[in-house]
Design a protein around this ligand. Sequence first.
Ligand SMILES: Nc1ncnc2c1ncn2[C@@H]1O[C@H](COP(=O)(O)OP(=O)(O)OP(=O)(O)O)[C@@H](O)[C@H]1O
Ligand SMILES: [Mg+2]
Length: 326
Amino acid sequence: MALALPLQLRDRLIVLTALGFLAALAVAWITTRHVVKPTEQLTAAAERMARGDLASPVGVAAEDEVGKLAESLDIMRQRLQAALEAIERTNRELESRVAERTARLGQLLRKTISAQEEERQRLARELHDETAQTLAALTIALDRARDGLDRATPRALEQIGLAKVIAERLLAETRRLILGLRPMVLDDLGLLPAIRWQCESYLGELGVEATIEGDPAAARLPGHIEVALFRIVQEAISNVARHAEAEHVRIGLARDGDTVTVTVADDGRGFDAERIGREPGHDERVGLIGMQERVALLGGRMEIRSGRGQGTEVVVEVPLAEEARA
Ligand SMILES: Nc1ncnc2c1ncn2[C@@H]1O[C@H](COP(=O)(O)OP(=O)(O)OP(=O)(O)O)[C@@H](O)[C@H]1O
Ligand SMILES: [Mg+2]
């Protein structure tokens, strides 16, 4: 009996120790969870922010240091979100201002081009109706004067002959000027005859042979498109005359539904189209840029295929449906 008591006590002690140990484990586990869980939440919130999610709150409820850290992180999140929204707002404003300015510039360019066309048309008419007529009359008058001067000295006759040559040259120059300003044939007969005239006038005397292929479906186009395409082909022809050293040029005008395609292809020396904008003196070259701008105003596209020794092909495509924009 004396031994039984200590044994019972020992068993109880063992049970109590085990319980105490389990209780200590439970307390340790609860305490650890209490500290670790907010830290895990904090880490998850920081990762969300790193991924760009600034809308979800940090959401860590703790009174200790981790809680303070979470609060600071949430303030930082809100400030970042506000700053980002401000940047996006400013970006949107800037984009719409750029779009508005671009549209206004486009309108201005359109107006400038049509004012320039009107002025050219007016000048061409005046030169045609006044200057060219007067010069033509002068050559006739000189002819008559010479015929009537039976007893004039050979020198006087020679001078009159010379005056006539000068008047004829002036007349030819004036006609060329009129053609460059605004060939009346463009308004009267359309693009193809105007292009043909242009080729004869600029390429004929250089010995460059021109083939012109015209699609009957593109015989007449809306006026402003004819004028724009004429200016584009005019510049392309002038480039062939000035730079290409070509023997032959092929000009094509085709229409496929609502798309008009103009091609000017020469077999000349070609050039490196990629390098044009980087070469010295490129600022003064406005021909290709002007072509590009006219095409853009019509909502079309332009492609230059060229390479040294490979000739040059300029392809312009414009939609007829865009005509309402002009
Ligand atoms: N058909 C072509 N063949 C060979 N080179 C060409 C041709 N078209 C253009 N080029 C080259 O591209 C350059 C740029 O042409 P662009 O029409 O822009 O300017 P430009 O003719 O020199 O001057 P402008 O402003 O009077 O037109 C030319 O200087 C020439 O070197
Ligand atoms: Mg040019």
